[in-house]
Design a protein around this ligand. Structure first.
Ligand SMILES: [Zn+2]
Length: 206
C-alpha cells in the first residue's frame, strides 16, 4: 500500500534587515516562501502550488506581508535626516552671503541635535566647502516622505533658528526657509505659521 498526501514546506528565499512593526525597531528578517508538495510515504516528491510568500521577523517571529519591506528602516531614516539637516545647516549659513562665528556654532548645535553621529566645527567646514546647496531640495523631498508634520515643522524651525543665529534675519534667508518648507511638502500656511512662531520666539522680525 502506498501512503500519499500533501505537505506544506517553507523555504527562505532572502534575508535582510527591516523595520519590524511589531517591535518598533530594526530587526533581521527571513523572506519565506510556502509551497505545497505531493508526498509519498511522507517524503515530498513533487512541488505543487505556491502558497505565497511572507516576511518573518527572526526576533519576535511575527510574520508580515512582503510589502513591509517597502518601508524604510530606522537607520535609513536616521541617515536621510542627518544628510538633510546638514544641507539645511549649510544652506542657511550661506543664505545671507556670510558665515559668522555665531552661525557656525548654531549650525553645529542643530546638526548634533538631529544627527545620529557626532558633528563638530571641522565637519561643518568640510560640509560648507563640499555640500551642494542645489541638492537641498532632493534631500528634503526624501526626508519629507518619511517625516510626519511635527517632524517637518522641527526641521523648518531649526532652519529659522539658524537664520537668526547672527541676531537678525533677512529676506534671502526666509526665502531659503520657505524653499525648505516647500521641499518638505508643508502647506504654505503651515510654513508661514512655523516661520512666524520661531521668529517671535527668537524676538526677531523681518
Ligand atoms: Zn519583530
Amino acid at each position: 500500500m502506498i501512503i500519499w498526501g500533501w505537505r506544506v514546506r517553507k523555504k527562505t528565499i532572502g534575508t535582510g534587515v527591516f523595520f519590524c512593526p511589531g517591535e518598533g525597531g530594526d530587526r533581521n528578517y527571513e523572506h519565506r516562501q510556502a509551497r505545497r508538495w505531493f508526498t509519498i510515504f511522507f517524503i515530498p516528491l513533487i512541488p505543487l502550488k505556491e502558497l505565497g510568500d511572507f516576511i518573518e521577523c527572526t526576533s519576535c517571529e511575527n510574520t508580515y506581508y512582503p510589502d513591509v519591506l517597502k518601508g524604510k528602516t530606522a537607520s535609513e531614516i536616521e541617515d536621510i535626516s542627518t544628510i538633510a539637516i546638514r544641507h539645511v545647516a549649510v544652506s542657511m549659513a550661506l543664505a545671507d552671503g556670510t558665515v559668522d562665528p555665531r552661525e557656525r556654532d548654531a549650525a553645529v548645535t542643530v546638526v548634533q541635535r538631529f544627527a545620529s553621529h557626532p558633528y563638530d566645527l571641522d565637519d561643518l567646514d568640510s560640509d560648507l566647502s563640499s555640500l551642494q546647496v542645489s541638492a537641498l531640495s532632493d534631500n528634503l523631498e526624501e526626508l519629507g516622505a518619511v517625516l510626519n508634520e511635527h517632524g517637518k515643522e522641527n526641521v523648518l524651525t531649526a532652519a529659522v533658528f539658524l537664520a537668526g543665529a547672527d541676531g537678525h534675519v533677512d529676506r534671502s534667508e526666509m526665502e531659503v526657509a520657505r524653499q525648505i518648507g516647500k521641499a518638505l511638502t508643508m502647506s504654505s500656511a503651515h510654513i508661514e505659521g512655523t516661520i512666524q512662531q520661531e521668529l517671535s520666539r527668537l524676538g526677531l522680525s523681518l
